[in-house]
Design a protein. Structure first.
Length: 637
């Protein structure tokens, strides 16, 4: 038992280290604040101008914010809907931060809508506006850290029999147990998918659905949830991010399963908004009466003087208001088979004292262990779904990650309790040649390509694999101010190769068949450069709406017909930095359905064993083209 508690305490210590690192990084950003000139960076806009104000569906005040300086060509930003931000002003050469967290509602180019969380915040902001020199920068999500630390304390302190048993299975020596009930296989699922659903239904404490790229993890999870609801009245479905919760919620909603999506409306996408608590609350038959009661309360309280009669009216109205609020809330929960929220959202006020037979955690391999416990505390058993061979949780403190914060609960369970795991082994995304390397390196060669995709190509004259080797070109790499890497000549070569490919296959064919392209680089600086070159390229203009440029992380969960990867690193020492995280490369190469083109210095990459094997695989199974040195690579605008 002491070893179990030591494990939880270690998680708490590492989480504290991560928070302290993030806070120190934030304070450093404050020190680097712009005192003069225009700044439009990923985490800071200065100066800004405030525009119109309005109210959103949650009755929060929303203010329009415009970057008021000289706009750079690149509009990429770390500001995203749902991100925490702080306003600041520059006074006597010093930054004064308004320490009231606000939330990004929408962003487009250099205009943001920001939800202000309270009227005092708005008053303080108006005070800053009078000083003219104001800006906005990303803040720290203190709330999430507080929730996770609280969850770890509760996990240690809980002593009820059911939870102690579950905890011992998840992080102790106790082995999981399973029933042996018969399960009628679902005809539209394959054998491994049916096996996963069966294991979920028969698990007493936990089951794991391991879904490599393209193997139908979401489809399997939806069926497992549907079947569970035949045996239980309600389940909770969680994921680490709002995007992941929205995705699984959308698939459940399409399946005809009643979903109640709990969370900040600013962070819920429009497709699933009709399932949101706020939307359904506002459309409840009793809401009109509640609205009338609240209006009457505001009107009475606004009167200059009030006597006993008014006080009695207020008490009656407040009592009726509470009755209606409770009635609407309980009816919404009672009529929903699935309660969906983020892992941190499971600790929200609406979820207090809620308990479930089963919690499903999607994308569990991207979730911090402490975040998973936040949801697990509300259930008797847990189903984890994801792929620990793809992207890990986002951790900013390398030391904390290295010391164990990066190791997820799913990763530990897969290693220590393999009897819980079902691997989905048929993939429906990739040409078999694209799939095979990933299968060998990450999944013990167990993946099979479904016949419907095994030999699929963009065109009969095409091939699935190509490596464009730059080892003879001496391109070199550059380091940006943010320490990210770029490679200008490799970016130009990628654009030229893409134009040649379009010419080979035919623009008409690509447009008619709606062939889509993904351009990936592990480095943000290279992504910015590639986006710039794409914007300025006239030849590719007809295809621009079919081309996406992003980082590996930005492509997680996505797929494209054609993927082009810019590796960037080009040096004689074989230093590949960020590329040492092999799971990121697994994500990158498995985004492609029919064509994968890699650009990189094969000699630099081959100094690392994994990439040596990758280069050899392309030499044996694909087109391996070594580019001869050239004075310049024309972009042919």
């Amino acid at each position: 038992m002491s070893q179990l508690f030591e494990s939880l305490q270690r998680q708490s210590d590492l989480l504290r280290k991560e928070y302290e690192f993030e806070k120190a990084t934030y304070l450093e950003a404050v020190k680097r604040a712009p005192m003069n000139g225009d700044v439009a960076e990923g985490d800071c806009w200065y100066p800004i101008r405030l525009g119109n104000t309005s109210y959103n569906i949650a009755n929060q005040l929303v203010v329009d914010v415009y970057f008021d300086g000289t706009q750079p060509e690149d509009t990429s930003s770390d500001f995203e809907p749902g991100k925490i931000v702080n306003f600041f002003s520059i006074e006597n050469g010093q930054m004064r931060v308004l320490n009231h967290n606000c939330t990004v509602s929408r962003i487009q180019d250099f205009r943001m809508e920001i939800a202000v969380n309270s009227m005092p915040t708005m008053m303080a902001l108006q005070n800053l506006v009078s000083r003219n020199q104001i800006g906005v920068l990303l803040g720290i999500d203190d709330y999430s850290y507080q929730v996770m630390q609280s969850s770890l304390r509760q996990v240690k302190d809980r002593n009820d029999e059911n939870f102690v048993n579950l905890r011992s299975v998840l992080i102790g020596e106790k082995q999981p147990s399973f029933r042996d009930n018969h399960f009628n296989h679902i005809p539209w699922l394959n054998a491994s998918q049916n096996a996963a659903v069966s294991k979920v239904l028969n698990a007493r404490e936990t089951a794991i659905v391991h879904g490599p790229p393209g193997t139908g993890k979401t489809t399997t999870l939806v069926e497992a949830i549907s079947e569970t609801l035949r045996r239980e009245t309600q389940v909770m479905v969680c994921a680490p991010s709002n995007a992941a919760v929205d995705w699984i919620s959308e698939q459940l909603h399409r399946r005809g399963i009643g979903v109640l999506r709990i969370g900040n409306p600013l962070r819920i996408n429009d497709v699933i908004m009709e399932c949101s608590y706020e939307f359904r609350y506002g459309n409840h038959p009793d809401y009109l009466e509640l609205f009338s009661v609240r209006s009457s309360l505001r009107e009475i309280k606004s009167r200059p003087k009030s006597g006993d009669k008014e006080h009695n009216q207020i008490r009656k109205l407040q009592h009726r208001e509470m009755e209606l609020e409770v009635k609407i809330r309980e009816e919404l929960f009672a009529t929903s088979g699935v309660i969906a929220c983020t892992l941190i959202g499971s600790a929200s006020r609406l979820m207090e004292r809620r308990h479930f037979g089963t919690v499903f955690i999607d994308e569990a391999a991207q979730a911090l262990e402490a975040a998973c416990w936040t949801a697990i505390l509300k259930a008797d058993r847990v189903v984890l779904a994801g792929d620990h061979q793809q992207l890990p949780p986002t951790i900013k403190c390398k030391e904390a990650g290295r010391d164990g914060l990066e190791r997820t609960l799913m990763q530990k369970m897969t290693k220590n309790k393999p009897c819980c795991v079902t691997l989905l082994d048929v993939q429906y995304r990739m040409n078999r040649a694209i799939m095979e390397f990933s299968s060998r390196q990450f999944y013990h060669g167990r993946l099979k390509a479904d016949p419907s995709v095994a030999d699929r190509l963009v065109s009969p004259i095409d091939t699935p694999l190509m490596w464009v080797d730059t080892s003879k070109c001496d391109f070199g790499e550059q380091q940006s101010r943010s320490l990210s890497r770029s490679n200008h000549e490799e970016a130009k070569l990628l654009m030229k190769t893409l134009m040649d490919y379009v010419k080979l296959i035919g623009m008409e064919h690509l447009l008619r068949e709606q062939v889509d392209f993904g351009i990936i680089s592990p480095y943000k600086a290279q992504v910015r450069l590639l986006r710039k070159y794409l914007r300025n390229n006239r030849v590719l203009k007809p295809l621009r709406h079919q081309i996406t440029v992003n980082t590996v992380d930005g492509f997680q969960g996505q797929e494209r017909d054609v993927i082009l990867i810019s590796m960037v690193r080009d040096n004689t020492s074989g230093n590949i930095g960020f590329l040492n995280d092999l799971r990121r490369m697994n994500v990158a190469i498995t985004r492609a359905r029919m064509k994968l083109i890699v650009f990189g210095n094969a000699e630099t990459m081959s100094k690392t064993k994994f990439y040596e094997k990758l280069v050899e695989y392309f030499q044996e199974h694909g087109d391996f083209i070594t580019i001869e040195p050239a004075p310049t690579i024309p972009l042919n605008n």
